[in-house]
Design a protein. Structure first.
Lengths: 120, 447, 523
């Protein structure tokens, strides 16, 4: 699993990346009330906004940690946005993306991300 | 000065507590060059009496609608508002309270907003309404922007029957973000031409019913055509009382409702403040601009109300907000709610029929005048007539005799080539004697 | 024998320790009031109207027949319903309402009386101009006051609220750039990180890209950062002065000079004008456009959320682009310019159907005339004095965000002083409610952690300020002493406890719906 500075995570399985927001981001947001996931077929570029997550106190853009084409957005979040709080790094995934480039350059591993969090 | 409680002793004590020698010390950050010491061009403090005299003199120079035979409409209507309404909105807790951001001490405001949202939804036949916008014209502009967001298309087709000032206010705002508007030519039955203009790039079709010429239309077919093309139908209503008699926009297939609520609870007020009504379908609710009040419970499980879905709004979403709106129409919204509560459906229907009755009587009286042609085939409380002379001249001539004969269409759209068209409105307040005076004066003016 | 009535006379009460909950949920003067839809008023009406002589059948299929879903109440029921609701609201007329950046000053009732004169309230926006010369005179007089107080040559009256005014100002700026052929290249607007959300929202609304400008450690715009971001791709800057931290931008003259040198315009958010009215003219600071919130500085009522009014004063460069309509005064009297031709040929358009918020103009002018220029100057002075007094009397128990130097009309604190108490700004605010006060503005501006922005305004007496200070100091002490439950569970004494906002947002219920199986209308 890899992490971005904007608190997104990526799990790569061959050329399919599952992405979401980290526990830290979910905790900062508070109760998530709504998630806007991208449609299948949408082309995303690393660093661009590709989803929106709304809580009672904030609405945040979620930035793509990888580039590629969306295979599916997590439809379950539409009826159960609280999943993002309950299991942000598992069931609360946002989208599956077919990546155009499998390199994880610029992303941190778990240890590096934890160190990054400690520095905030 | 009567509104300033601090005494000179208070000020000295406070300056001492702060550790400042004089008030100027507190303004130390103001650049020297920008400091002022009074204004020669403005008068000094005045007591209540003096202010009343000055403003009373200005007010006396105006011909009020209640002091003359009155037939103006075109987006603002004179109705009778029961005394209770104005009394209640002046209660301290309503007049001097703020936006309900602390819901525990604002349930008064929140509960009436919830009632208002329900009243508007039911009146318009739509599933969900917001807590009001500034007025009908800005509501229409917001509706067009919302439709472009939802459909991801860029073009609005606007019927020639929509109020020209509403069209202009909409164009002003939507052009800034690159939305194209196709405004169809003005016509009394403009709705007939709309379907032909709908295309695959149409985000929304905007129609007004009753339209600015008073024509009431069943827009269901337009709704079907819009939906078939993947576009949204926006229905605009400038006379809210009309929905007490006519089929609701929701029933006719509207996706977005944008209207003016001034007719219920609010005086003419020379154009403002008014109440924008906005409603939409359930699945579009997150794209709806403006404040929303929602039901919830408190820590004890007691039902209560809060502003909700606020993350769409400016104070959170900032540059990605659905709109830049901060205020709603507060007291005007409350006035609408109270008046509507007094009326109820029974009262509203009766009031609507009375409006229609008076308009029919006025139409009959004017139709009998040689040279005057009634243009509107079916209407609620307003209709258009063609005069043998420019309408603006005739209106001015009648105004000299203290008769407010209606609104010349040229006032709204000087370049439309309809200088001889006059818009005439009647409401439950129109008296038979007024109609006689109007008819007789009009006959003379048109001879 | 005389029969005196000796029974049932109240004497000295016995002290009773227990405090039983009420049996019905009512609490003394407060009742739990249901929704109008939950009564039985589906056929009732509180308005007596004559029987109509038509049944609408001439309109055939256009007539609506199904139940609409609008209950009616008799007059006494209506009065009671809304008076009961009103009792659940806090209000300026009850206590200090210290919301920073809102300017919750006293709402004079003379203003209400003036606005209701039939000559003002009962005139139609499209009546012939010869029949409303007094209304046009009022608009012209208000314009004169606004232009004189701000030192600006022109004013657009029609915006219906502050945010609408921001829209007006930015659209005028955009029109000016379009006229000089520079719009395509100038697509950026610079906005400080401390700005009110309407600023970036408005800029985006008008089609601009928002670029943030940093803040210095002493709470002002970082001029070096601003200078580095200004260029020929910038249309405007949007700066609030005094700023959202309650501080006067000392370098304002430099800021406007740099902006103009770069060919951009200076939009000023005038929300905090109350601090400087009568003492400083924005025109002298290089401002090109500034909206004025009549419902803040000029006392028109907040009304639970509106209506507002946001006229925009404009510099000579932007004046030609002002939206229609506006008033001119010439030898023939007062004229309303509505057509976008001749003198209004460059107007950027129209912002609303009619003239704007006339009802608020009357109220504002009544307020201005009452104060006069000397009174308004005193307003700013007392507003600034009151805020500094609060800051001085609270800074030892709370942490001022910018302790060095005076503040203007509002004092900003952060939550540094609550560290280690487990109590948040939100918790503290809710406890203020129990003490009888509306909380200050919380979590704004965003640049300060756990922000608490306190604006008393000039209409608070020293007695009320001292009462407020006493409550704040007592609460601060309680917070530091570890009295956590008082804050976490607050409010305990308000009409409602804390509400579940998550639930309201996850499953929005935005209207009353008839229960299943009932034959009442509505979805």
């Amino acid at each position: 699993m890899h992490f971005s500075k904007d608190h997104e995570w990526v799990r790569l399985d061959g050329d399919v990346a599952t992405v979401g927001i980290t526990q830290y981001a979910a905790d900062a947001l508070g109760d998530v009330v709504f998630v806007e996931t991208p449609d299948a077929g949408k082309v995303v570029t690393k660093g661009d906004g590709f989803a929106v997550v709304e809580s009672v106190k904030a609405a945040s853009d979620v930035y793509a940690p990888v580039s590629g084409e969306v295979i599916e957005g997590n439809a379950a979040l539409a009826s159960a946005p609280e999943t993002v709080n309950a299991d942000p790094e598992g069931e609360g995934w946002f989208a599956k993306i077919k990546v155009s480039d499998t390199s994880t350059e610029g992303l941190m591993d778990r240890a590096a991300y934890d160190a990054f969090l400690a520095s905030l | 000065m009567r509104y300033l409680p601090l005494t000179p002793d208070d000020r000295s004590a406070m300056l001492a507590a702060i550790g400042a020698k004089s008030i100027d010390d507190l303004f130390v950050d103001v650049p020297e060059a920008a400091r002022r010491n009074g204004f020669v061009d403005l008068p000094r403090v005045a007591g209540e009496l003096e202010v009343e005299r000055a403003l009373g003199a200005m007010a006396a120079k105006n011909v009020s609608a209640g002091s003359a035979p009155f037939f103006c409409g075109a987006g603002a209507y004179k109705h009778h508002v029961p005394a209770t309404v104005d009394h209640v909105i002046q209660r301290s807790e309503f007049l001097t309270s703020y936006t309900p951001y602390q819901p525990e001490i604002a349930q008064g405001t929140l509960q009436y907003l919830y009632e208002f949202q329900t009243q508007v939804a039911n009146l318009t036949g739509m599933p969900v309404a917001n807590a009001s916008l500034y007025d009908g014209s800005t509501a229409m502009a917001e509706g067009v922007l919302m439709a472009t967001r939802v459909t991801r298309r860029n073009k609005a087709v606007i019927s020639g029957g929509v109020h020209p000032h509403y069209v202009r206010a909409t164009e002003t705002v939507v052009h800034a973000v690159g939305v194209e508007t196709q405004v169809l030519p003005a016509a009394v039955d403009a709705e007939a031409d709309v379907i032909a203009q709908i295309g695959p790039d149409t985000a929304c079709v905007v129609v007004q019913t009753p339209n600015v010429f008073g024509t009431a239309t069943d827009v269901s077919k337009i709704a079907e055509a819009a939906h078939a093309a993947g576009a949204l139908l926006i229905v605009v209503v400038t006379e809210a009382v009309s929905m007490g008699l006519l089929k609701s926009p929701g029933e006719m297939g509207a996706d977005i409702f944008a209207g003016e609520g001034q007719s219920i609870g609010n005086a003419l007020n020379y154009g403002g403040p008014y109440v924008g009504l906005f409603a939409t379908r359930d699945k579009l609710v997150r794209q709806m601009p403006g404040r929303l009040c929602g039901e919830t419970v408190d820590a004890d499980g007691t039902r209560g109300f809060v502003l909700t879905l606020s993350t769409r709004e400016q104070h959170i979403r900032r540059d990605k907000a659905t709109s830049n709106i901060c205020t709603n129409s507060g007291l005007c919204t409350l006035a609408f709610t109270i008046h509507m509560s007094l009326l109820g459906e029974t009262g509203l229907r009766k009031m609507a029929l009375l409006n229609h009755e008076k308009a029919l009587a006025t139409r009959d009286a004017l139709a009998a005048i040689p040279g005057v042609e009634v243009l509107t085939p079916r209407f609620f409380n307003e209709f258009a007539v063609r005069l043998p002379k420019p309408a603006a001249e005739v209106v001015e001539a009648l105004a000299q005799h203290r008769i407010l004969a209606g609104v010349p269409y040229s006032r709204l759209a000087p370049a439309a080539g309809m200088d001889d068209v006059l818009l005439v409105a009647a409401t439950e307040m129109t008296m038979d004697a007024d109609i006689e005076i109007l008819a007789s004066a009009l006959a003379k003016a048109c001879a | 024998m005389s029969t005196m009535n000796t029974v049932g006379r109240p004497t000295t009460p016995n002290r009773v320790e227990s405090k039983p909950a009420t049996l019905t949920g009512g609490r003394g003067l407060l009742q739990n009031e249901h929704l109008i839809f939950e009564g039985d008023g589906w056929d009732k009406t509180g308005v007596d109207l004559p029987e109509p002589k038509t049944d609408g059948s001439d309109l055939g299929d256009l007539v609506r027949h199904d139940p609409i879903g609008l209950p009616g109440l008799s007059e006494p029921e209506t009065m009671r319903h809304y008076v009961r609701l009103s009792q659940k609201n806090h209000a300026i007329d009850l206590a200090i309402y210290p919301l920073g950046s809102c300017t919750m000053k006293h709402n004079p009732r003379l203003n209400e009386k003036m606005a209701r004169l039939p000559g003002f309230s009962d005139i139609h926006p499209l009546q012939p101009q010869s029949t409303v010369q007094g209304a046009l005179e009022l608009m012209d007089t208000l314009s004169h006051w606004l232009k004189t107080l701000t030192g600006m040559p022109a004013v657009a009256l029609s915006p219906k609220a502050g945010a609408h005014g921001e829209l007006c100002g930015l659209m005028a700026i955009r029109a000016a750039h379009e006229a000089s052929g520079q719009h395509e290249q100038r697509r950026k607007v610079l906005v400080p990180t401390s700005a009110h959300g309407t600023n970036p929202a408005t800029a985006a609304f008008v089609g601009y890209t928002v670029v943030e400008v940093a803040q210095t450690d002493d709470g002002r715009v970082d001029v070096a950062d601003l200078a580095s971001k200004l260029g020929d791709d910038v249309a405007a800057i949007m700066v609030t002065n005094p700023n959202t931290c309650g501080l006067f931008e000392r370098d304002i003259l430099e800021i406007s000079r740099l902006t103009h040198e770069a060919g951009a315009y200076f939009y000023c958010d005038g929300a905090n004008f109350n601090a400087i009215v009568g003492r400083v003219r924005p025109g002298d600071l290089g401002v090109d456009a500034m909206h004025i919130n009549l419902h803040k500085t000029f006392s028109t009522p907040h009304g639970g959320g509106g209506p507002g009014a946001g006229p925009v004063v404009l510099s000579a460069a932007l004046a030609p682009f002002a939206p229609a309509p506006w008033v001119v005064h010439d030898a023939d009297g007062y004229r309303l310019i509505e057509r976008e031709e001749d003198e209004a040929a460059q107007a950027f358009g129209r912002l609303c159907a009619f003239q704007g918020q006339m009802g608020m103009y009357t109220r504002a002018l009544s307020y201005m005339m009452s104060h006069g220029s000397d009174g308004l100057c005193q307003v700013a002075e007392d507003a600034v004095l009151n805020a500094n007094y609060l800051k001085a009397r609270l800074s030892d128990v709370m942490s001022a965000a910018f302790p060095n130097g005076p503040c203007m009309h509002e004092a900003l604190f952060d939550d540094e002083w609550l560290k280690g108490t487990d109590i948040t700004t939100l918790d503290f605010a809710k406890a203020m409610i129990d003490e009888g006060f509306h909380p200050m503005t919380m979590y704004f501006p965003l640049v300060v952690h756990g922000a608490m922005l306190i604006e008393p305004t000039e209409t608070e007496s020293k007695q009320e300020l001292d009462r407020f200070i006493h409550a704040m100091r007592a609460l601060a002490e309680a917070a530091k002493a570890g009295d956590v439950d008082r804050f976490k569970g607050a409010p305990f004494h308000a009409p409602m406890k804390r509400l579940d906002e998550t639930r309201a947002a996850r499953t929005p219920v935005l209207r009353w719906t008839a229960p299943e199986g009932s034959n009442i209308a509505a979805e």
